[in-house]
Design a protein. Structure first.
Length: 90
């Protein structure tokens, strides 16, 4: 990467700024994703394990948890516009 590219694509500064200004919020989003992942497992274990449970918990809820986790990963690297797509999809 040449010097001009480093000015435009300053990934390190973006990551530092996100961590400095939004670190607590990012940690909260990560906690929500972890809670959601645990919730999927607990809800399925306490369900009747019918086809509707498999679809609702194993597919739909799992996808929302994956989108929340992806939004956490994207915002931590400063990809805020890409993160908005994940949040809107969820």
């Amino acid at each position: 990467m040449n010097r001009q590219s480093q000015t435009v694509l300053d990934r390190q500064t973006a990551t530092e700024q996100i961590e400095m200004h939004l670190g607590a919020q990012c940690d909260m989003v990560r906690d929500i994703a972890n809670y959601g992942a645990d919730l999927v497992v607990r809800a399925y274990a306490s369900s009747s394990a019918q086809m509707a449970d498999v679809i609702a918990l194993g597919v739909l809820l799992k996808q929302i948890v994956a989108m929340i986790d992806a939004s956490d990963a994207l915002i931590r690297i400063g990809a805020v516009h890409a993160m908005q797509l994940q949040v809107r999809a969820a």
